[in-house]
Design a protein around this ligand. Sequence first.
Ligand SMILES: Nc1ncnc2c1ncn2[C@@H]1O[C@H](COP(=O)(O)OP(=O)(O)OP(=O)(O)O)[C@@H](O)[C@H]1O
Length: 721
Amino acid sequence: MENLQKNPGPSSATKKVDNSTAKMNTIHGQSGSSCAIKQVDNSYGKFLVKLAELLTLRIVLDLATYFQFPEARCDELQRADYPGQLLVSNMQERGLISFNDITPLLEALKDLCLLGVMNDALSLFTEHTSNNSIILGKLKILQNGLKAVYKIFYKSIRPIPYIRDKLYCVDEVFVDSGIQLRKGSDKSIPSQFAESSANKTGNIELKSYRDIFDSNVLLSKRIIVEGEPGYGKSTLTLQAAYDWCTAKSSSPLAGFEVFILLQFRLLRDIKSIYKAIKLLALPRDCILTENDIKQILASCTRVVIVLDGFDEYPDMTNDLDSDMMEITKGKMFANQKTIIFTRTGCLPRNIDPDTMYVRMTGFDDAARDQYIQVAVRATSDLADEIKRDLDENPVMSDLCQVPLFFVMFAHLSSDSKDVLKCDSVTQFFTYMLRCFYDHMRKKTDEDRQHDTLTRETADKSGLCKLAFKALTGEKQTLVWEKEELVGKAGKECSEELVKIGILVEEELLSDETDSFGFKYVTYKPVIRFYHKTFTEWYAAQHLGELAKNFLFFRNLRLGRILQRIDPQDVQFVFRFACGLNPVTFKSIFKYLEGFNANVATLCIFEAARNVYEIKGIVQRLCSKQIELEDEDSRLLQRSKIQLLTTASGNQIPISSVKLLRCFQYVDLEEECVCLSSGLQLPRLDTLQELVLEFWHPKDLRDQARDILDYSARCVGLKSLK
Ligand SMILES: Nc1ncnc2c1ncn2[C@@H]1O[C@H](COP(=O)(O)OP(=O)(O)OP(=O)(O)O)[C@@H](O)[C@H]1O
């Protein structure tokens, strides 16, 4: 039973397999079909092979109809080279057969009056799987252990750092946010679903986060879920864990035997997934060994593996492949559903080619309203007040597309009477931190503990340096041993931030070896930031300090330092640094403009300089084509529009603007193009070229006259494409 989950690939079929299994391996490789019978040398694997041989095309189609498979699946079965194998694989996915039960199949065969086939299937099953009760017992232990650990996670939701006395269960606060299939991935969903769910820009909207786990909606077994920072990836994984633990019948997860949830940030130096499960997902006193876990997972037919935060994986660039990397390539657990969550653009290399990409798009108005109702439990007056505050503050409203910011904004609004004036994320963070400290002061007065914290006093330079090094080092670090962090950040600083809730203390199991070489497992106290964006906040302050110091060296060394910061992964380090410290802005902009115009534009927005200071920068950006896309966040689109209006208002030529599937209609009265995001692109007098790309050619035909009219009003326009 060793190494059963490793998929050796068609050319290296396992040594011990019998002929029929070997044949199946070869077939699987040749056809490249989604036929996914496990290539295992265990008795259950042999049963599956023999069962597949028993099923003729006629029986396969009868069973598919009986089990109400979608039309697309039935077509696939009809066309398959080996329909029996494909059906067996499909039945496993749906839990109709498993290593300990084939009752649904037997009942179906009986109802279809295929009594001979039913008896043969039953004999095969009994013959091959008489030794299952031990594994079944271990499976129960694994399931209970996982549920106990996940419960601790999903019942400890803190929407803002300082809420400690009242922790929420994820199900009490979770609301469905926007989720779309990325372009190109729409081939992997049933066609009728694709047509009915495509929106105006051609993106396919999923109805619920549950679709990600539903094999009838997303046909591929490899899924990557991308989202910008704070868009709710980790929260979604916890809601999924909750669904599995509570076996919610409305959830497709209810039918999975095992649900594995691991956080990449905790996997430093852990190569084996079985070890990771043992150390991170099971209780300390769980009796299962790594080998037991391996054996159980090899025997299960319906396992879902969720790996959260690839962007936080310390070993992502490590050449020595870990199981986690093998999983992303589709070489391990090839037949199980695996879902990787990561920040947008931060993807593993050599991903399984069948991978589907899903994109989180944040909170729309409906999600925000729902959150105010279910989680803030605001009175209708307060709910109206929160909405009014957002309506009056368009930048904050854009920012609140990000669940992390909206959730904090909503809870703080219900707690504090402060009026928020905010034109950037940096200002919002500054406001938030002031609220956190105010809250502590209030609490201190209530508790009459005069020695407790009343304002931000401790020196943060050690912590800022640590955060910066952690995000820019060869291996990203987001969790520190407590001793190390206190040593480097200072006792006063760490105590202050732990009290506020920005630093969180936890315990982590780790493998140790004593001086005699004996291995043992122990709990270590560790500290992490409440959220990765806070790590970026403190890292940005250190970057500001470096920029000040390096000014004399004409930015030479600073350039080398900036190269270590990946804007795809930790864009907020750049954005906060520009917002906090004007000295940093120009160097950062110069560095970013060549290869990441989006983050560069967001940096201008943070720095909010006056036009004369940034005239040269606007000129440089507008000399190249500026693209507005449907995938841009509202804040990014707003930043680009602000850049364009600044250019136009100051007679700076704009060489080209491309609207990529985000055109909605022209409002001639307002002289603007209305975008699908709800934002407006006003008349631009210095625009030289306008390029429009539509999802449907029909949209262009319908709008042609208004587009020409708008173009005519942009007096400098020379070309329309
Ligand atoms: N769907 C949701 N319902 C309710 N609250 C949510 C939801 N999504 C996110 N939140 C809130 O936003 C916060 C940040 O979300 P989360 O940590 O899941 O984002 P993330 O995408 O994993 O961020 P990052 O990539 O920066 O790690 C959560 O602590 C939670 O309070």
